[in-house]
Design a protein around this ligand. Structure first.
Ligand code: ADP
Length: 178
């Protein structure tokens, strides 16, 4: 049976848990024999968006490029999972408007929590002024106003967050049975 494609778009601060939840979700979808592609911001910046920086213009270009790839893949039946900070509301709305089955997931964690985690040691540097345009410290993050799913990663486990997304996809009838 051919299932409908869709795009699950994770947005949130660096270290909020986007990649972690995205990869766990991908694993579950593959277990259900779906075709899955993960488009992870860190990986994208080493190939598709190599050379782009962190100005609003470059961030927007990055998000629109990934949105275009997600659009063409998801219209061909692929389950596309994007994990990008994607801090600007207007550009996320543009991407949403182009993709038929679009699910915005706000990966929410308080700034204190992501600073405490400091997965890549970047917050320490940003707070010391060594990195400019760092989202949440010296660059804006505009939280979604009406995301389909919210994952509060300071309060729930990775499995609970994944389950929330799966429940949404199931309710829309987009999932193959386990
Ligand atoms: P991002 O992709 O948003 O930058 P990462 O997924 O790379 O974030 O890092 C998130 C970090 O937070 C990981 O080290 C992960 O193990 C940890 N973490 C702790 N609790 C959770 C949770 N409930 N959901 C997701 N990640 C969590």
């Amino acid at each position: 049976m051919e299932h409908e494609g869709f795009t699950v778009w994770f947005t949130g601060l660096s270290g909020a848990g986007k990649s972690t939840i995205a990869n766990a979700l991908a694993e579950e979808l593959r277990r259900r024999r779906m075709k899955v592609e993960v488009l992870d911001g860190d990986v994208i910046r080493t190939n598709l968006s190599k050379g782009l920086g962190f100005s609003k213009e470059d961030r927007d270009t990055n998000v629109l490029r990934v949105g275009w790839v997600a659009e063409v893949l998801s219209r061909n039946g692929v389950a596309v999972i994007c994990a990008l900070i994607s801090p600007y509301r207007d550009v996320r709305a543009q991407v949403r408007s182009r993709i038929k089955n679009f699910v915005e997931v706000f990966v929410d964690a308080p700034l204190e929590e992501v600073i405490r985690r400091d997965v890549k040691g970047l917050y320490k540097k940003a707070l010391a002024g060594e990195i400019k345009n760092f989202t949440g410290i010296s660059d804006p993050y505009e939280p979604p106003e009406a995301p389909e799913v919210v994952c509060n990663t300071a309060e729930e486990t990775v499995e609970e967050s994944v389950q929330k997304v799966l429940a949404y996809l199931e309710a829309r009838g987009w999932l193959l049975p386990a």
